[in-house]
Design a protein around this ligand. Structure first.
Ligand SMILES: [Zn+2]
Length: 297
């Protein structure tokens, strides 16, 4: 049995899979934000429960909302800032009391979609998360690619390319920089733009409903959002030219993204042709947790 845990900034989800990938049991709980020890305690309780209810022992793979510095193994690049500088892996092992595998959550998502998701059959998969935050993972041959700094796929903290004068220096990001992709293309960023223009707080899906009903402002905001995603991804295509772009996170559920993004991206890339498929993640919200389980496959 393979156990996967997705330690997210808002929820901790876990799944037990059999060797074929069939789901045996799934658990989900809210993340106690800023409570590092509380998170680790919940993860341990989930593992105990999954194993008790399935009556099996599993391998443990954990996706974390950040990554580990490759030499010191301390948490870095985490939007869940309570992981920063903490010996995450060692602390988990201390409590779980067995060998585990830990990986960045976006990398788990990329591997999951590459192995048996929307990217299956493609060698280089660039998986984008447009959720409460924004990030990406790169899978090559079904495995997450890291690099010497464990920074592969840290796309969310590239600055927005081709900025216009109103986009400089851009909004402050938790990472200490300004104008990071995450501050423009996360679902929350889309909602903040609506708020800026109207003073009204609306969820992204409600703004999309207004757009569909013909609301002019919502349509303008959507077009600008798509253009920003396209600008960010154009640099990826010009650098890596992945075989497929797989989209995840809440904003990937907007159907119009798959009609509007390809022509917007084609306008921004160097090549005169743009053939890259852009598809929705197959496993949706489940991808991170499945990818964590696959760390042992
Ligand atoms: Zn940043």
């Amino acid at each position: 049995m393979l156990i996967g845990i997705d330690w997210g900034g808002t929820k901790i989800e876990s799944v037990a899979l059999d060797a074929t990938g069939k789901e045996l049991l799934r658990l989900r709980q809210d993340t106690p934000r800023h409570d590092y020890d509380g998170c680790i305690r919940i993860i341990k309780e989930m593992i105990d429960k999954l194993e008790a209810e399935t009556d099996q022992t599993g391998s443990i793979g954990i996706g974390i909302p950040g990554s580990l510095e490759p030499v010191s193994r301390l948490g870095k690049g985490a939007s869940s800032t309570w992981l920063l500088g903490r010996p995450v892996e060692a602390d988990l092992v201390k409590v779980i009391q067995r060998e585990i595998r830990v990986e960045n959550d976006a990398d788990c998502f990329a591997a999951s979609e590459a192995v048996d998701g929307a990217g299956a059959g493609h060698n280089v998969v660039f998986a984008v998360i447009l959720g409460s935050g924004a990030g990406a993972g790169i899978a090559v041959g079904g495995k997450a690619h890291h690099g010497p700094n464990n920074s592969g796929g840290e796309w969310g903290h590239n600055p927005l390319p081709f900025p216009n004068v109103t986009e400089i220096p851009g909004k402050a990001c938790y990472c200490g920089r300004h104008g990071c992709m995450e501050t423009w293309v996360a679902g929350r960023a889309f909602e903040a733009e609506y708020m800026n223009h109207t003073g009204k707080e609306l969820k992204a899906r409600d703004i999309i409903e207004k757009k569909r009903a013909g609301d002019h402002l919502s349509n303008l905001l959507w077009d600008r959002y798509v253009d920003r995603v396209a600008r960010g991804l154009a640099t990826v295509v010009n650098t890596l030219d992945p075989d497929i772009l797989v989209m995840g996170g809440g904003m990937s559920n907007v159907d119009e993204l798959y009609d509007d993004l390809p022509p917007a991206l084609a306008k921004r890339t160097f090549s005169t042709v743009f053939h890259t498929p852009i598809v929705r993640a197959k496993h949706g919200d489940s991808s991170g947790v499945r990818g964590a389980a696959w760390l042992w496959k």
